[in-house]
Design a protein around this ligand. Structure first.
Ligand SMILES: [Zn+2]
Length: 58
C-alpha cells in the first residue's frame, strides 16, 4: 500500500463493481458539483465485462 496522505484523499471515493463487489477504480468527487451517488458503467477485470460500478465511502 502506498502512502496516500494528501488533501486529495478527503474526497477520494472507490468505485465498486455492482456484480462481484471488486473495487476497480478510484476517483475524486467534488462535493460541490456532485451530490448524487456516482454510478458508472466500467470494465471489471473479475467479471470480464462492463458492469455498473457504484461509489463506496471509505
Ligand atoms: Zn465485477
Amino acid at each position: 500500500m502506498a502512502k496516500a496522505k494528501s488533501k486529495f484523499s478527503e474526497n477520494l471515493i472507490k468505485l465498486k463493481c455492482g456484480v462481484c463487489g471488486k473495487i476497480n477504480y478510484f476517483t475524486r468527487k467534488n462535493k460541490k458539483l456532485v451530490e448524487r451517488k456516482i454510478s458508472l458503467q466500467k470494465y471489471c477485470s473479475r467479471c470480464r465485462k462492463r458492469t455498473e460500478h457504484k461509489e463506496v465511502k471509505k
